[in-house]
Design a protein around this ligand. Sequence first.
Ligand code: AMP
Ligand code: MN
Ligand code: MN
Length: 323
Amino acid sequence: MDKIIQHLKHSDHILIASHTNPDGDAIGSSLAIGLALEGLGKKVTFYAESPIPAVYRFLPEIDRMTDKIEANNPFDTAIILDCGDISRVGDAVSMIQQIPTIINIDHHITNTKFGNYSLIETSACATAEIVYRLIKKMKAPIDKTIAMSLYTGIMTDTGSFRFSNTNRDSFAICEEMVAIGVNPYRIAQQVYGTYSLGRIKLLNRAIDSIEISENGKLSVMTITKEMFDETNTKPDDIDGLINYAKRIEDVKVAALIFEQWKNNRKDGARKTYHVSLRSEETVDVGAIATFFGGGGHTNAAGFSIESTLAGIKATLLDLANKL
Ligand code: AMP
Ligand code: MN
Ligand code: MN
């Protein structure tokens, strides 16, 4: 951390980036570190390749995030947050790799330790927790916007302080953010209480799609493109749905499979499936996701795969026999 602070003291224009399909931690930790560095007089550009989900648009400085970056690459430093692998930033990866110094701040157990400096704390509940400590150590002021961003990152990555990554610091930091002026009800209301009607209808279909392995230890939820189309929703609206599949008694691993369409310059639109995995404490789904080319944490991980729905389900059900 000290080396990173020393480096940042001398940097001038910093690019902040996180993963595609951003969650509350990706967004919250990015805004918090960028705004804190601005407070210390640095020039900052916030890059996000995917659109920001509607439920996070209440964050005061969210409009600073853009999918356009200066073409002449004026940055001396990039800070990459909440990404286990640098390719998680999306198509800008090749441009970002040209930036002279890359700082990797993350809490994924599968982190590849890319970059010139890395600050990886796998026991942190969220990247926002690590960012909090960095901001404190840099002696940057925490205003209400930074406090809201950190609070949102921690609240969402801990599933509102319920998941196994919830620790003392989750509460201590959030308590401090509340003292600064964060209103817990208002943030929870924005993130969990402003769903579109379509999202609720998607929930209905997602729950209906749940299948259970013969031994009862694995549940699979499936979301197809038709379900998105019929309910007028998009992949952002999936956030949190997998937890319903995980709540079933005896289930040790829950999987959610959804269709993803990626525009590829060469082949046009290409279909892949994203598989999210959640497990109870004793099963390491991070290792399973890594095996399939993805990554994540011990109890929450994911990967993308080009296969058929039937093929993925067969693989998952085969896995269930080993649980
Ligand atoms: P999700 O599958 O989006 O629910 O994500 C669960 C966790 O796994 C998150 O912490 C993600 O950052 C991580 N994750 C998801 N997909 C990937 C991937 N393709 N590669 C690496 N990590 C991933
Ligand atoms: Mn994330
Ligand atoms: Mn995270």
